[in-house]
Ligand binder design. Sequence first.
Ligand SMILES: [Zn+2]
Length: 216
Amino acid sequence: MSDFEWSNIMGLLSRQFTCAYCSANIASDRGYRATRQHPLEGVRYVYICHHCQLPTFFDEQDGQFPAPRYGDPVEHVPPEVQGLYEEARSCISVGAHTAAAICCRKLLMNVAVDHGADENLNFCNYVDYFIEEQLLPYVAQGWVDRIRKKGNEAVHEIKPVQKGEAEELVSFCAMLLKNVYEFPHLGGSVPQGDKGTGGAAQDSPESSKPPPAEDK
Ligand SMILES: [Zn+2]
């Protein structure tokens, strides 16, 4: 990509931002400017990242497109769950909030079924399952209850999901994934065949066994 040269590039006021393509936190002063006088004055910019040479658009309200993926990465997550989480983060960065909510619901279903829940439950049932199975911290349960109500609306009602609602759902998924996969791995207490097949345990021959019928 660095072999490409942008033509007629101009000097701009330096702008600091995180490049969504290469994740570098940069201050760029190279790119393009478009101005409008009527009906309202406005300026739009394209800034070129000097690390990866790719363009980022800023609208009149300083909205960045593409925006960096929302939220933090989580480690030691099974590939199919990781894919859903990253897809949800990417959806938010392009304003696809309803799609992000649907990814989050599918993610919850994957994690819950991975830990012994039935398939095709609704959003509330899965959140309840995580609480009953103590897969969520007790101190977060007030917040989780609010997420449960909003999340159910997000995936079952006609109206589109709002940005803040989608961001809360992704944050909720991040907390869950850290509790279920990342922290146990870091602490050396990855479940060994009693619950779940995710994380480091998924490569074990134990993971091919069905979960015990009665584990709660
Ligand atoms: Zn870049």
